[in-house]
Design a protein around this ligand. Sequence first.
Ligand SMILES: NC(=O)c1ccc[n+]([C@@H]2O[C@H](COP(=O)([O-])OP(=O)(O)OC[C@H]3O[C@@H](n4cnc5c(N)ncnc54)[C@H](OP(=O)(O)O)[C@@H]3O)[C@@H](O)[C@H]2O)c1
Length: 341
Amino acid sequence: MPEIPETMDAQVIREFGEPDAFEAAELDVPEIDANEVLVEVAATSVNPVDTKIRSGYASDLCPDFPAVLHGDLAGEVVAVGDGVAEFAVGDEVYGCPGGIAGTTGALAEYAAADAATLAHKPETISMREAAALPLVTITAWDGVVTRADVSPGESVLVHGGTGGVGHVGVQLASLEGGVVHATASTDAKRDLARDLGADYAFDYHRDVEDYTAEYTDGEGFDVVFDTVGAGADNLGTDFAAAGVKGRVVTTVSRGEADLDPVHSKGLSVDTVFMLLPLIHDDHAGRLRHGEILERVAALVDEGDLDIHLDDTDYGLDEVSDAHSRLEAGEHVGKIAIRVND
Ligand SMILES: NC(=O)c1ccc[n+]([C@@H]2O[C@H](COP(=O)([O-])OP(=O)(O)OC[C@H]3O[C@@H](n4cnc5c(N)ncnc54)[C@H](OP(=O)(O)O)[C@@H]3O)[C@@H](O)[C@H]2O)c1
């Protein structure tokens, strides 16, 4: 059995603030409940929700101060709760079990994780790559596979085709047989989107009527997956791009939008909020996350799904830099952070 120390290194915030709000701390290693495992965290990754919690924009989601943030992790199981049958000490796992109120986060050497939310790590990728997958992949799966339910031959527009969620969305839409159109701001990013499986890639600064005419003969896309994070501000563009009876799925729908096109085109509009099973202690929802990640691990190991890591290599004590880079929009794909890797 691995020796588990009483205390661990962590990065915490003691108040909301800029990326430099993080500071090093020595904390007690978390106790585990019967449904949990203790994970020695090898790596975590940054998601926009982590920066929103750190800044106080999503203060209601913040764990108690001193707060250990970050949901995504990959690592090794070092202790197993009495009620856990799926995992054993020594298993390599990945998932997004916490980093929000009521849970422990991954910016620490150890994290207590509800076993329902975890899956066995894909064998063919590194801990950093595995830690980059969970939150964005569950979100993209929910958007493309579950909500939009893309069918072969359907035209799919993925806004943000090289972002964390979008680059997985492009791949899943392609695996489902969709004709995938991705938007991105630079030539290099559009090349990446094509490498990931997009049939077409173009600049989102173009006029929506213009690209909808070019790629759908003006009929509109069957599915629009909006991963921009601009909420209602981008929904008007999504509604304009969608065809009659189109399905629009977004990752952020806060704000107000004109619903006239939803009526006149008979659109369906759906929002993904992957943290809900964690926020509401929804066991069935958490189990679903674990199941999605088991299927994702198989796709990764079969070579059907890639995670694209940003060209950076941060350690635990560089989390402030990692947050700054994400907030500046300088990243491509996912930013990973080594913890015990
Ligand atoms: N509700 C949920 O469950 C959930 C889950 C995950 C994420 N989210 C939210 O979804 C958003 C995206 O998350 P992420 O991890 O994918 O972030 P990300 O890695 O920063 O990606 C954002 C993407 O949006 C693109 N973009 C920016 N402005 C655009 C525009 N006007 N039109 C089209 N694309 C545009 C960017 O493209 P360029 O780089 O080319 O500019 C980038 O690829 C965030 O707000 C996040 O909080 C919500």
